[in-house]
Structures are given as C-alpha cells and as structure tokens.
Design a protein around this ligand. Sequence first.
Ligand SMILES: [Zn+2]
Length: 475
Amino acid sequence: MTTPTVRASSIEEHLEATREARLQSYREFLRIPSISALPAHGPDVRRAAAWLADALRAAGVEHVAVEETAGPHPVVYGDSLRAAGAPTVLIYGHYDVQPVDPLDLWTSPPFEPVIDGDRILARGAADDKGQVHAHVMAAQAILATRDRFPVNVRYVFEGSEESGSEGLDWWLTEHRDRLAADVAIISDTGFFEGNLPAITVSLRGLMYAQIDVVGSTSDLHSGGYGGAVQNPANALATIIAALKGPDGRIRVPGFYDEVVALTEDERASLAALPFDEVAYRDSINLAALVGEAGYSTLERRATRPTLDVNGLWSGFQGEGTKTIIPAHAHAKVSCRLVADQDPRVIFERLRAFVEEIAPPGATVTVRDLGGGRPSLMRTDSPYARAAARALEATFGRVPVFTREGGSIPVAASFQSILGQPVVLLGFTQPHENAHAPNEWMDLRNYEGAIRTIVRTLEEIAQIDPDGVEQPGAGG
Ligand SMILES: [Zn+2]
C-alpha cells in the first residue's frame, strides 16, 4: 500500500480556511424539511437526498447515486475505493428528520437554522444531519488536501430512519456483495453526560404489541348486566397487572432466557461513569426512580429489558358519569430488548402468556406491531480502539464506552445482513433535544466530529483487516 500524496495545505489549514462556507452548507442542508414519517414531506426527503448526493460529488466521492429501496424514501450511496490493501469502511447516517410538533414550543422556526453562541438550532442539527454533514465535510477536507482517502470508504445515508427504516433491510440484502466492508461506522449517537466523548457499545431493540379485549357487540348497562358478564376493561387490567411483578421483573415465561448477563467488569465500568442520578431524576420532575430490583439506574435504563404500557383506552372517558360495561378495551405494550433477545420470539412468548392468563368471558387477541433487534459491540475490536484514539486526540479526553437505552435497528442489520462489525461513533451532546422542540448541535462537537472522522480513517488505515476477528456478541 502506498501513502497518499499530501498536497501543500494540511487538513487542519483547509478546515480553518473553509469554516464559513461549511456552516453555510450545513445550514442549507438543515433548511430542507425532510420529515420521513409524513407523506406530505416525501418530495422534501427526495430533495434532501439530491442535495446530499451533490455534496458528496462536490467533495470528490465517486459512484454517487440516489437509490430506491423497498420503502418510500431512497438511500444515498457513494464510495471511493482507491486504497488498495487498506481496510474498507462503510459509513452510515440518516438525512431524514423527526416531525416538529409541538411547533409552538420552538423558539425559532425548526427549518430556519439559528446560530446562538456555540449552538446551531434546527430540526436535524444533531439527529442526524449534523453528523452526516460532518462526514461529508471530512471527505471534502481529505480529498482537497490528498489524492485519495487513507482507506476505502462507502457512504450509505438513509432517508427512512425516523420512520422505521422501511425497505432498508431489503436494499442491504439486495446489494450485500457491493456493500462489502471490514467495519461499519454508524454516526447517530452522542457523548456521555458532561460532554464526555463516548463510543456506544450496545443498543436496545424493541418489541411492540397491541392487546385487544372484546366483550359484547356494544357497551352494556352496568345495572342490567353488572355481575353477570366479563368487563373487558377489568380483564385488560388483570392481564397488564400480571405482566410485571412488584420487584420490576417481567413475568412472561422465558422472557429473560437469552439476555446476555453483564460481567463484573462491565458493571464496574458502568458504576464508574460520571452519572448524576439526582440530576437525572430532577430533570424529569420525579420524586423517585424505580425499576427492576438488583440493578442500578444506569444498568436498568440501558442494559436490562423492559415492559411498558404505552397507551391504554376503553369505555367512557367524558365528563361526569356513565354506567356501562365497555364493549372493548385496548393496550399498546412495548418491550425494550437487549442482546440476544429476538423481538419475534419475545412477541410469541408474550402472546402465549396473555392468552394463558386471559380471564374468561371475553375475546383476547395480541397483535405484533413490529420491532427491531438489539445489538452489542466488542469494545476490544481494533476498529473501536481506532475510533477511541481519534476521539482522545481530538477532544483531549479519554472516551468512555457506554450503553444506549434507545434503538438503532440498522446496527443489527449491518451485523446480521452484511456481517460487519459496527462502531457507534456519534458526536452530539446529551440533552440536545433530538425528537423534541429546539433541537441543537454544539458547533464545537460538530467541528470536532470532522477532525475525529479524519483521524479515525487514518487510524483504521493502520489495521490489517485480515488479522481482525469477525463480529459476534461480547466485549
Ligand atoms: Zn438518528
């Protein structure tokens, strides 16, 4: 492998000289309201894809194309494969954004970016356009100062992440050979409390179900029928109450069977994180934190599975009184899952248990509303170590390995469909209001992201991909 030719100016000089133009471009990207969940914004999602494809081309990335998936929104692909013998890195981010309501809580219009001190405020500033833009700017800086990347790179930027990644697994499967890489870097996470650089090593998955309890064909008079028939609302309450014990343990048989237990070392490193439990509690105005017995708050929110009712409805909800036995009752129930739980298997176990405990006299059905697999990455992989060194060199602090309570199902897809180890290298600050009004990105994190990405690719160029163990759970 030959060393890339370095042009006169260094990457840092280039980045210094282009800062204003970069912010201008970042703002332009943020102005496109690419809300993937709302069909009315479909054309905007496509406009964002075209904008991004142009930006990749302008940076010098090759084979750039806007490609259809099996879902409504396209993927933006591009690559540069000129580093013979060096590892290939697949870089993932998403250019779609969350809806903006409630709009009246925004201090400025969500698609008119405002820079306030070190913050840029707009929908997508952090999740995930800011991070996607940092990757494009890193590519531009590298190719403006050298004749090629230090590694081979493939960019996969998705347009459906905020609406369930519909059609992406199909696209990944269809193009599996073309997407071959030694590692996937996903930039859709953030730093730890105190803006401490972090690499996320696990993500929770999700199982989502609806429980429907149906009695008579219409509401019944509780005077004429009370005491003689099953009440669907009472029956649903009985079912829900049986799903979880007072110790916070989920009672569905077999629920914990595949859960990978934390090692003592992992528990110790989680306990060592600078997590302020009181501030966490106070930030949501609660008097107490509760959950599964035997685990710390940090363990419960990121390394243990959960079961929560997300919605519950039945019967009379108007003002005053109405003496009825409701005809039906419903609940939306979801579980956050951890490695190696499978959402389909967990759904089947939940369904079997609900059917078993369903009180007589009503029809109980459980429907699968979808979900995503959890994932667990190795902290000892040379790729994670390379990213950690790059973070430390840029931000001057040793990064921590953290576990995320949320879900990025695509991480499991890269592992299972493409067989690639995943490094979750994200740059947002905690409390950046992703998915909420007044989303922001700290411009120091954004600028640091660009430098970290450049350094990570340089670090990975030193790795011999043939000497790396292939992915699997652990670490
Ligand atoms: Zn995201």
